[in-house]
Each structure stands twice: as structure tokens, then as C-alpha cells.
Write a protein of this length. Structure first.
Lengths: 129, 548
């Protein structure tokens, strides 16, 4: 039997808005994935460590504070430095369109903004893992 | 018409409506999708259930004249970047007709970290203004008369420190503490349950809150010492009834803690204030406001034995629902905010913040903030909604829904009492799970088109990228770091260390009131991070359960 896809849903930075992260985590679980949620206020180092420990295939980052340009690339860097080169890293939150190209160039595979349906996210993961 | 014949007519009518509404599958499951008649208000007693405005149980509003006396306070939540930038925005808002200030602090400030802390990187000045010490606070309120303006501060875990800084700035400008008017949010329980900017565990957090109640009752008598907030609970996904139920349960916990600490209920209850969300369903929201006042007044009078009518009043600030703003076709948000404003006003709010159309995308620009403020002014001056006190009283629908929301809220409050109160219910994750279940249900309804959000799952268009969004300069963090380095080099560090040592000792003495000691510390220009650092050392930090 094929191993189930494992996903780390993570909240980097200091913002406490986790409605989106939790809704997505639950939808992913209902969608047949194995999901681990980090809880709030995770540093990039903690997220990279959790990804390694949990041996995940996907990392879904949620951030609504505006610190994405600083934190998302830093997390990608640490994940890759751990040798996890195949891990798919996606992000979501209140992220202006004009920042998306930069985040993708930094290694975020896709950015999901407000109003995205959870099936869109599930389809993206299935197509890219 | 007698009741029997009315019952028959209603049954016939309901069958017809059920058949007709089958054509609108997305409307079929609405909870209140039917006709309301006198049958829904059987047993209602005007004096007992509604009363006159300004009298118990305050269903019709906390003041006798409501907006015939004066409008609600138009209080726009603002703050970003540096104290200098935010000061400019505050003075702009006051000159545009805002009648109170509302300070947004950045996340490091809200969690008690200085801007030069490594954990603050990338967050400084982003969602609010960065305040590291009294020096920043002096700039934030430069040229603003604190004796005249009322100021609300969205600050919770470190509320004692920011309040101390505010008092210190006022005193420096010759305004004594007893003249100050405003509010600190200071509501830690909803931080654990829904908003996330907690620092310390519940026990020392509750102590800080009761210390503030006591200090302010003697020294800052016109200050609202807490804003018990349902807003964020609703934003996290709760229903209307859950919003008021969980918040009032938090209110009960604060009262119990203060009474246990030896305060008399009438010494602090009159300064408790609340914070509601104005969501999309206009009439349900009006009913929620009305129900919340009735529930609270009964609890204060009957459960806590409060004697002063002021202690029975649920005074409320309102903000329109940020989570209902769409990133799609953002102009539509102006209409949503106008309807939400109408709900808050017909619900009888004491003050209101209206969101701006671009807030699903970024912090608002000055232009979009102006439209949001104008929305309040149009409702106040042009719509007629403010002309009559509690205009929807007597509506079969609104009265029935007021009763229903009250009943559902009371059921939740009973359940939380059974669990052992709000603190235990939060520690056990009960409240968080209830909120998450509602949030997930909402999302599934939207994704199955059982719930329509215009522009999101119906009436979509090809979206153009939105231009002209507000961007916070990345150099804010660097600037704050430099300011801090200079402050640390120039202040009297011996005085700072002595004040911090005194605070550490007082934290360990459960009978000490920490407020006067924090006041002394901020006046030495000890930083927020240093003060909270001492408290972290003694109190420890809250570890949240990551519930899914």
C-alpha cells in the first residue's frame, strides 16, 4: 500500500489568526491526508525541525500578519538545508498579489489567498506530490 | 383572530413557503426562514423582558435617550509602523471627525517583546504600531490632548504596562489620571480561546487583571478596565449565540476572580465593557445585541448581587466583521460594512469601528479608511436609523430571535458553569473546539454553495490585481532597533535595574498590586520587553494545546 501523504500545517510568526490554518488542516485530514498542526508562534527553526521529525511531504504555512516576505523564504531555506529537497511548501493568508511572484521565486510552490476553497488546495497537493 | 385559527393559518403558510423555498436550495436550511407572528411572542411581558431604554434589563439600550442624546463614538482602530507615523494617522482621524482613538499595536508589542528581540524579526510595525518604551508612547500621543480624547488600546497580556505608559504620558503633559478616559482590552481569556496573543498562564494573568481593576477604581475612575471581547471569538468562526455566550462566560470568570481577590462587585462592574462583532445577517445581529444586554444584566443583578444599576449595564464597542470582507471585488465590501454598521446602530452600540474595503488584502490606506468612517457618518446623519431608540423592538421576528439567542447563550453558559467556569473550559479546549466546529461548518457550507458569498462562490469575475495597497516600510524594524540602542545607552540604567528588581519581588508576592510598581518601572524607561521579561521569569509562559 502506498504511504499516505503527510502534511505539516504551520503558523510561523506571531499572529494568532488560526481559523484558516485549522479549517485547512481539518479539510486536508478529511481529504485523506495525515495532518500535523504546529500551533501558534512557531519560529522558522521550529517549523524546519518539526518537518524533519514528522517526516512530512508537504508543509502548509499560514500567516496573516504581513511578515510573509521575511518568514516564508527563511523557512524554505532551512527546510532545504536539512536536505528535504522534495518537500512541497505552500503558503496562505492575507498576502498581497504583488508579493506572490517573489515568494514563488523563493521556493513557495503556491500561495492561496482569502476565498480559496479547500478543494483547490487539496487538488494542488494531489497534483504536485 | 384567536390563537387556534392563527396557528392553522401559519401552518398553511409555512407549507407554502417550504414548497416555494425549494427553488432556492441555498436558502432552504436557513434557521430563521419562516414567517413570524404574535404566536412567537406568547408570554412576552414588556416590563419584564424589555423595559424602557436605560432601565433593567436594558434590552432596549443602556441609555434612556440613546442616539437622540448623542451618536455613538466613531472610533477607528488604527496604528502601524512607527509612533511618528501612527501619530500622524491619529491626528488625521481626529481632524476628519473621529470622536475617539483606538490604538493597534504590532505583534511584538502585544506579546511583550522589544523590537530588537530576534523573535520580532519581520513583525515590527506590521499590524500596528511598535511601542518599546515610554519614549515611543510620548511620540504616539504628541499634540493630542489626553484630557479630552478617549483612547481605546487593543492590548491584552501586557495591558498593565501600556496603561502605565499612557498614564505616565498624560501626567507629563499635565493631565492627571483621574481625568483619563478610555479602554484597555485586557481580556486574556479570549486570547487563549481565539486571538492568540497570550503570554502568561491563566492564574497570574487573572491576577494582573484584578490588579488593574483595583488600581483603576481608585486612581483612574473613568477608565474602562477591560473590554470583554466576543469580536475575535466570532472572527474565529463562532455563531452569534456562541459569541455572546463564551464572552459572557469570560465576564463571569473576571467577576469571580475580582470578588475572590476581595473587591466589591459594584466597585469594578461599572467599568467593565464589552466588544461585539457586527456580522452580515443584519437582524440576527440586532437580536444578538439586545439579547446580550438582557443576559448580562440578569447575571450581574441576580448572580453577583450588584446593587448599582451601572453594574448591570452591558456597554459595548463594536467592529464590523473583518472575516466577512472578501479579497474578491473588494468594492463590494463597502456595502457589507454599511449593512453591518446598520446592524450595530440598530443594536444600540456605544462605539463603532468600521472596516475598510481593502482589509482582506492589506492594512487599509487613508482613502479607504475615510470611506469607512463616512459610512458611519451617513448612517448617523442620513439614514434615519439613529432617530429612534431600539427601532426594531416589537418586531415579531427580532423579538423571537432575541429570545432564541438568549436561550441558546444561557444553555452554553450553564454548560460552561458545569465544566467549572470559562478558565477550565478553555484549558480543556471545550470553547476552542466549539468555535472550530462552527468555523468548519461555515466553510463547508460555502464550498457546497449552501451559503453564498457574493464574488466568492457566485457572481465571480476575472479579478484584476488590486493596486495602491498600503505597504509598511521594511526599515521600521531597523529604525526601532536604533532607537532602542540609543535609549539603553542614555537612560539611567541603575534606576531601571532597581525598578525591575522591585517588580520581580512583587510578582512573587501574590498580595501585592503590581500596577504602581509597573508605573515606576515605565517611568525609568524600562522597556516593554524588559518588564514582560521579568514577569515571564516569575510567572512562566502559557503553553497552548494545539487542538484540531
Amino acid at each position: 500500500m502506498e504511504k499516505r501523504v503527510r502534511i505539516l500545517v504551520a503558523k510561523p510568526g506571531l499572529d494568532g489568526h488560526d481559523r484558516g490554518a485549522k479549517v485547512v488542516a481539518r479539510a486536508l485530514r478529511d481529504g485523506g491526508f495525515e495532518v500535523v498542526y504546529t500551533g501558534l508562534r512557531q519560529t522558522p527553526e521550529q517549523i524546519a525541525e518539526a518537518a524533519l521529525q514528522e517526516d512530512v511531504n508537504v508543509i502548509a504555512l499560514s500567516l496573516l500578519s504581513g511578515a510573509h516576505n521575511h518568514l516564508f523564504p527563511r523557512i524554505v531555506e532551512l527546510i532545504r538545508a536539512n536536505g528535504m529537497n522534495d518537500v512541497l511548501i505552500i503558503g496562505g493568508g492575507v498576502i498581497p498579489d504583488s508579493d506572490i511572484a517573489g515568494l514563488k521565486a523563493a521556493g513557495i510552490a503556491e500561495v492561496f489567498t482569502p476565498g480559496t476553497s479547500t478543494t483547490t488546495i487539496i487538488d494542488f497537493i494531489n497534483a504536485n506530490v | 383572530m384567536n390563537n387556534e385559527s392563527l396557528k392553522l393559518k401559519v401552518a398553511e403558510y409555512t407549507a407554502k413557503v417550504d414548497k416555494a423555498s425549494a427553488k432556492f436550495p441555498e436558502r432552504k436550511n436557513l434557521e430563521y426562514n419562516r414567517l413570524y407572528t404574535p404566536l412567537d411572542l406568547e408570554g412576552m411581558d414588556y416590563e419584564r423582558d424589555l423595559g424602557m431604554p436605560g432601565t433593567y434589563p436594558f434590552t432596549r439600550g443602556v441609555q434612556p435617550t440613546m442616539y437622540r442624546g448623542r451618536f455613538w463614538t466613531m472610533r477607528m482602530y488604527a496604528g502601524f509602523s512607527t509612533a511618528e507615523e501612527s501619530n500622524k494617522r491619529y491626528r488625521y482621524l481626529l481632524s476628519s471627525g473621529s470622536t475617539g482613538l483606538s490604538c493597534a499595536f504590532d505583534l511584538p508589542t502585544q506579546i511583550g517583546y522589544d523590537s530588537d528581540d530576534v523573535i520580532s524579526e519581520g513583525e515590527v510595525g506590521k499590524v500596528g504600531v511598535a511601542i518599546d518604551s515610554l519614549a515611543d508612547m510620548e511620540i504616539l500621543f504628541d499634540q493630542i490632548d489626553l484630557g479630552k480624547v478617549s483612547t481605546s488600546m487593543t492590548i491584552n497580556a501586557p495591558a498593565s504596562v501600556l496603561l502605565a505608559m499612557y498614564i505616565a504620558v498624560a501626567e507629563k503633559n499635565g493631565v492627571s489620571a483621574d481625568k483619563l478616559q478610555g479602554t484597555i482590552q485586557n481580556d486574556i481569556l479570549k486570547e487563549y480561546a481565539a486571538r492568540g496573543t497570550y503570554i502568561f498562564p491563566p492564574k497570574p494573568s487573572m491576577r494582573l487583571i484584578t490588579n488593574i481593576f483595583e488600581y483603576c477604581s481608585k486612581n483612574v475612575p473613568n477608565w474602562n478596565t477591560i473590554s470583554i471581547s466576543g469580536y475575535h471569538i466570532r472572527e474565529a468562526g463562532s455563531t452569534a449565540a456562541q459569541e455572546i455566550a463564551f464572552t459572557i462566560a469570560d465576564g463571569i470568570a473576571y467577576c469571580e476572580a475580582a470578588i475572590k481577590a476581595g473587591l466589591d462587585v459594584d466597585d469594578f462592574a461599572g467599568r467593565l465593557s464589552f466588544f461585539w462583532n457586527a456580522h452580515n445577517n443584519v437582524l440576527e445581529e440586532v437580536a444578538k445585541f439586545r439579547a446580550s444586554r438582557r443576559v448580562w444584566s440578569k447575571i450581574m443583578k441576580e448572580r453577583f448581587g450588584a446593587k448599582n444599576p451601572k453594574s448591570w449595564m452591558l456597554r459595548v464597542h463594536t467592529q464590523t466583521a473583518g472575516s466577512m470582507l472578501t479579497a474578491q471585488q473588494p468594492e463590494n465590501n463597502i456595502v457589507r460594512v454599511a449593512l453591518q454598521t446598520a446592524a450595530a446602530v440598530m443594536g444600540g452600540t456605544q462605539s463603532l469601528h468600521t472596516n475598510s474595503k481593502d482589509e482582506a488584502l492589506a492594512l487599509p490606506t487613508e482613502d479607504s479608511v475615510r470611506v469607512a468612517l463616512r459610512t458611519q457618518q451617513i448612517v448617523a446623519y442620513e439614514s434615519g436609523l439613529a432617530d429612534v431608540v431600539d427601532p426594531l423592538a416589537g418586531s415579531y421576528y427580532v423579538e423571537a430571535m432575541t429570545n432564541e439567542i438568549e436561550a441558546e447563550a444561557l444553555k452554553y453558559i450553564q454548560k460552561i458553569d458545569d465544566i467549572g467556569g470559562a478558565v477550565v473550559a478553555i484549558e480543556e479546549g471545550y470553547i476552542q473546539r466549539e468555535i472550530q466546529d462552527s468555523a468548519y461548518k461555515w466553510q463547508k457550507e460555502v464550498e457546497s454553495d449552501a451559503r453564498i458569498i457574493v464574488g466568492v462562490n457566485k457572481f465571480q469575475i476575472e479579478e484584476k490585481p488590486v493596486e495602491g495597497l498600503l505597504r509598511v516600510d521594511a526599515s521600521v524594524g531597523e529604525g526601532q532597533k536604533k532607537k532602542l540602542a540609543k535609549l539603553r545607552a542614555e537612560r539611567d540604567n541603575a534606576a531601571v535595574n532597581a525598578a525591575l528588581a522591585k517588580l520581580e519581588a512583587a510578582c512573587g508576592d501574590e498580595d501585592a498590586n503590581l500596577m504602581p510598581i509597573i508605573m515606576e518601572a515605565v517611568k525609568t524607561y524600562a522597556t516593554l520587553g524588559e518588564i514582560c521579561g521579568v514577569m515571564r521569569k516569575v510567572f512562566g509562559e502559557y503553553q497552548a494545546p494545539a487542538t484540531l
